[in-house]
Write a protein that binds this ligand. Structure first.
Ligand SMILES: [Zn+2]
Length: 113
């Protein structure tokens, strides 16, 4: 089952951009939202996500995949690919990320309607 974790305290929540039920942290800036989007089962394996959550619960600072956070920040700030036409990683995973962003947004829109 898909879920997200709070990037502040590591608690589990249903949707990345929801307020945290434990610490009430609500991703507001594009950076916070980007980190929240990366810290989900869409972008990480559950095993990895569990490790990140455990580290956050221990109060450790966690580094999320930088490229993914940047990609989401671009999206939240409305910077499309037009600013950087050749920024696609050779792996081609940017399109996969973009796809999941769309899926994520669709799910969010669905749940909020
Ligand atoms: Zn929290």
């Amino acid at each position: 089952m898909a879920y997200a974790i709070c990037t502040k305290c590591g608690d589990t929540k249903a949707k990345a951009l929801d307020g945290c039920p434990a610490c009430e942290f609500l991703p507001a800036s594009s950076h916070d939202k980007a980190q929240a989007m990366v810290a989900t089962t869409h972008n990480m394996s559950e095993a990895k996500l569990t490790m990140v959550a455990a580290a956050l619960m221990r109060g450790e600072r966690v580094e999320l995949p930088f490229e993914q956070v940047l990609a989401y920040m671009d999206m939240f700030e409305g910077r499309g690919e037009q600013d950087a036409p050749v920024r696609l990683p050779s792996k081609g995973c940017a399109w996969l990320v973009f796809f999941w962003v769309l899926v994520g947004l669709a799910v969010v829109a669905l749940f909020n309607s």
